[in-house]
Design a binder for this molecule. Sequence first.
Ligand code: ARG
Length: 457
Amino acid sequence: MTKLWGGRFTKEAEEWVDAFGASIGFDQQLVFEDLEGSMAHAAMLANCGIISADDELLIQKGLKSLLEKAKRNELVFDVKYEDIHMNLEKLLKDEIGDVAGKLHTARSRNDQVATDIHLFMRKETHELMTLLNNLKLVLLEQAEEHVETLLPGYTHLQRAQPISFAHHMLAYVSMFDRDYDKLQDSLKRVNLSPLGAGALAGTTFPINRYETAESLGFDDIYMNSMDAVSDRDFLIEFLSVASTIMMHLSRFSEELILWSSHEFNFIELDDAFATGSSIMPQKKNPDMAELVRGKTGRVYGSLVGLLTTLKGLPLAYNKDMQEDKEGIFDAVTTVKGSLKIFIGMIESMTVKKEETEKATKSDFSNATELADYLATKGMPFREAHEVVGKLVLQCIQENKVLSELSLETFKEASHYFEEDIYTALDPYEAVARRVSAGGTGFAKVKESIALQKAKLQ
Ligand code: ARG
């Protein structure tokens, strides 16, 4: 078999060596991007008088036919031709004959593959942004429904202060909102055209890089041809955002898993997102949340993998860079899949309002209210903290909660205590009284929901 680049070789590599070097097994995912790039390149070559109009027509016809076949999944790739670029060149030759060889004028696989990944990353970035918005939407719907649903808020996984369930959902909305902004910002670096950089040094042909950039929808071209073919920063950036999204989903998974346990009993996940046990008939396991938590590791792995691949590379292109693809493809699939799971899981989740509210009444998460009460009446907060601490200790010894203490007990502890102390201890009142911006007060939570919804429009 003669290689497309076989001219200077006197000996062929053995099949297993070729197989080791081949990327067609995974870079065939770039078939549409590669064809799109080729169409733009061919049109530019003709417009710049580098190939004839007739040749261009033939090349476009061939590429279009390949595109149709690709859509029908009819293209047969061969590991012999190493990667998607040379496989398509070979298939184009089968379609239109030797004129196919003119397509590669003023182009290298180095700028070609860089162009393909930029196009791929742009498409996937938009898809992820849509999914993040859909997730934010279902979170906002749950939030709207549960503004006045009380939930224990935790620090150190110890009950801290009562909050609105909506406030908890809104915390995640803020995280996914940041992720969205990061993806949007990354498009500035994703949407640049490396095409026309050639192998590394540009080309002697009078090409027009701006024309291909424009027809491919890029905002601009890479300024430096060496940077154009060797830059993978935009993939590192993507993997970093992808890792952050997964970290957010993983923290959320952890909470959903805890919340659906018998010990917390705050939510019930829909049957569609849970599984049973093959031995224990009573079980309903939050498998999908666990799996999202588990899959976070592989996305981190792709980030660290690519950083490591790139760290020792001299300019410009090196074959090592072929290793960028599998991690990127896997991360895209993993994050998209995880987001889809979460959208369905959150949308269908039932909040056990009675249970979450019962929890806020059966603990000491209203102790801060008591200290605030004393401080409002004039006692220095540190002193108030001490007084309340002693009352909590007394409750623990008597196996009570604060609202079960008698008014006399309160008055013994401080003359500031009045009958209205029982209202202050009510968790609903505690949440309602929180007036600070960004806090869990019902009014503030409603404002946040409205703001976040407006952002989604
Ligand atoms: N399959 C290669 C990759 O994914 C394409 C570029 C190859 N260029 C080269 N000069 N060998 O990186």
